[in-house]
Design a binder for this molecule. Structure first.
Ligand SMILES: C[S@@+](CC[C@H](N)C(=O)[O-])C[C@H]1O[C@@H](n2cnc3c(N)ncnc32)[C@H](O)[C@@H]1O
Length: 347
């Protein structure tokens, strides 16, 4: 499947615009030029003293139970899939959705549905209905609402960090989106993306559109500026996070949708990774999917696309308690469109 690229190059003259391409939204609405509060991080401010919060009060996260059919099929033939293999299945399956021409595929899938309906081919009707539903949901959640990349929410979450030309480490980077957004906002440093699935380097990051504009800042003027992937100083390391040779050398260590994939007995290890590579005074930034009804439905409907690995949905107090118990002081906690977000420093 080919990557949907758009030819147009965006510049500072396009500030204020938002446009839909067949695969995703372009969003160059500059928050500083608008009266609306469009870069949204809802500061939850729910907890002032994390040491007083208990698991009895907050309960444990919701565990997503529906598994992808491809995983079940594979396991019925070969036995239990390793965690790394399940990520390899996930990344190939998820990537396909980012490169779809969604409106065209939606039209085709509806036509297909009508053809099967008119011939009373009930099992094919069921499949076509499922595909139409998934495409409609993806169209709304990713393309129209921009809930997956959520550049405005991420910019608001990353806003106001005390860093200059930061070195940024992204753990479980996949296509690297959030580190590119951070690098655009705080330019001049370096991004290191880490993922043990080679496909993430070659395809998810490799085919991430060169023409996607990130709204960031111009180091010369401090004004807003459009940045592109190929203007950034990015290194992609394909390795297990447990093997990384780095010391405490990064200003920001970031993960997006990583912590919720570790059952409780492994959460401490995952949280340690966020501390291990941080300079004194550096920031750990983490997000996890929110436990809300629409997310529960999303992971049910998209199970065949998404559910190859262990996954929890949590609220911000549950996430915060994990992070606090993992040895961090929480500077900000709240939520963006579909994720919780935390900015923290090691205690
Ligand atoms: C759920 S993804 C992160 C979400 C991401 N934003 C996306 O769009 O898919 C987690 C990533 O972490 C990687 N990963 C998990 N455990 C890892 C480990 N121990 N070392 C390196 N990468 C790891 C997986 O390969 C996967 O690409």
């Amino acid at each position: 499947m080919s990557v949907v690229q758009h030819a147009k190059a965006y510049t500072e003259h396009d500030f204020g615009k938002t446009e839909l391409t067949p695969a995703y939204r372009i969003d160059l609405r500059d928050p500083t030029l608008s009266n609306e509060n469009i870069d949204k991080f809802i500061n939850a401010n729910l907890v002032s003293d994390w040491s007083q919060l208990t698991w009895k009060q907050v309960k444990k996260p919701y565990i997503v139970k529906t598994e992808a059919a491809s995983k079940q099929q594979w396991e019925s033939e070969h036995g239990t899939m390793s965690v790394k293999q399940s990520w390899e299945f996930f990344n190939r399956s998820f990537h396909e959705w980012f490169v779809k021409d969604v409106p065209t595929e939606l039209v085709q899938s509806k036509q297909q549905l009508w053809r099967y309906l008119s011939r009373f081919e009930i099992s094919e009707v069921k499949k076509a209905l499922g595909e139409t539903l998934r495409l409609s949901l993806w169209n709304y959640a990713h393309r129209i609402e921009d809930g997956v990349w959520d550049p405005r929410g991420k910019r608001a979450l990353f806003d106001g960090l005390d860093v200059h030309k930061p070195r940024i480490l992204f753990l479980g980077a996949a296509e690297g989106y959030e580190a590119m957004q951070l690098h655009a906002m705080y330019p001049g440093g370096e991004v290191v993306l880490v993922d043990y699935d080679e496909f993430c380097k070659t395809d998810r990051f490799g085919h991430f559109p060169d023409s996607y504009p990130f709204l960031g800042s111009n180091p010369a003027t401090g004004q807003a500026k459009v940045w592109y992937k190929n203007q950034m100083n990015i290194h992609y390391v394909v390795d297990d996070i447990r093997n990384l040779p780095f010391g405490k050398e990064f200003d920001i260590v970031l993960s997006v949708g990583l912590l919720e994939h570790f059952p409780d007995e492994h959460k401490h290890e995952a949280l340690n990774w966020h501390r291990k590579f941080l300079k004194p005074g550096g920031y750990a930034i983490m997000t996890t999917p929110r436990h809300q009804l629409k997310s529960v439905l999303f992971y049910k409907i998209m199970a065949d696309v998404m559910n190859h690995t262990y996954r929890e949905l949590m609220d911000i107090r549950q996430m915060g308690l994990y992070v606090y118990e993992g040895g961090f002081d929480i500077l900000r906690h709240g939520f963006i469109k579909v994720h919780n977000g935390i900015v923290a420093k090691p205690r």
